[in-house]
Design a protein around this ligand. Structure first.
Ligand SMILES: [Zn+2]
Length: 140
């Protein structure tokens, strides 16, 4: 118990090299999945956009409600893509942290992020407490 309290600094990863390799694999797979999804959504959205544009010529009998719902879907898909792009960036950062051996360390309080949290969100940068704090500050 008589240990002195360490100053807050980003400590080394709580994971062994073997664990980090597993995490890197997992992150790379996850990134692949997201990139694939993004590609599918953008291609789908692009196709719909082209259909809309050609609709000026051949779009007779097209109901206005269909157009509206198409636009809605497109906006929705674009929102998804930007959200996924952000996650891909988070994954890239997590991969960098693996290389720097600081993966799994909260970048706010420098404490280890719970392994259960990293299992659910392998690219988590902050521990649950700090993430909640940051999000609540963002909402003000
Ligand atoms: Zn934290």
């Amino acid at each position: 118990m008589g240990k002195k309290k360490q100053p807050v600094k980003i400590s080394k990863s709580q994971f062994s090299k073997r664990d980090l390799d597993i995490c890197r694999e997992k992150l790379l797979n996850l990134k692949d999945d997201f990139l694939k999804q993004m590609k599918e959504i953008s291609e789908d959205t692009l196709m719909k956009t082209q259909k809309d544009m050609s609709g000026d010529i051949s779009g007779y009998g097209l109901h206005i409600a269909d157009v509206a719902s198409d636009n809605y879907e497109r906006d929705f898909n674009l929102g998804l893509v930007s959200n996924e792009r952000k996650i891909v960036m988070d994954i890239d950062e997590a991969l960098k942290r693996i290389d720097e051996n600081t993966y799994g360390v909260c970048h706010e309080c420098a404490k280890p992020v719970a392994k259960s949290r990293l299992k659910a969100i392998p690219y988590a940068k902050y521990c649950k407490k700090c993430q909640e704090k940051i999000e609540s500050e963002k909402n003000i």
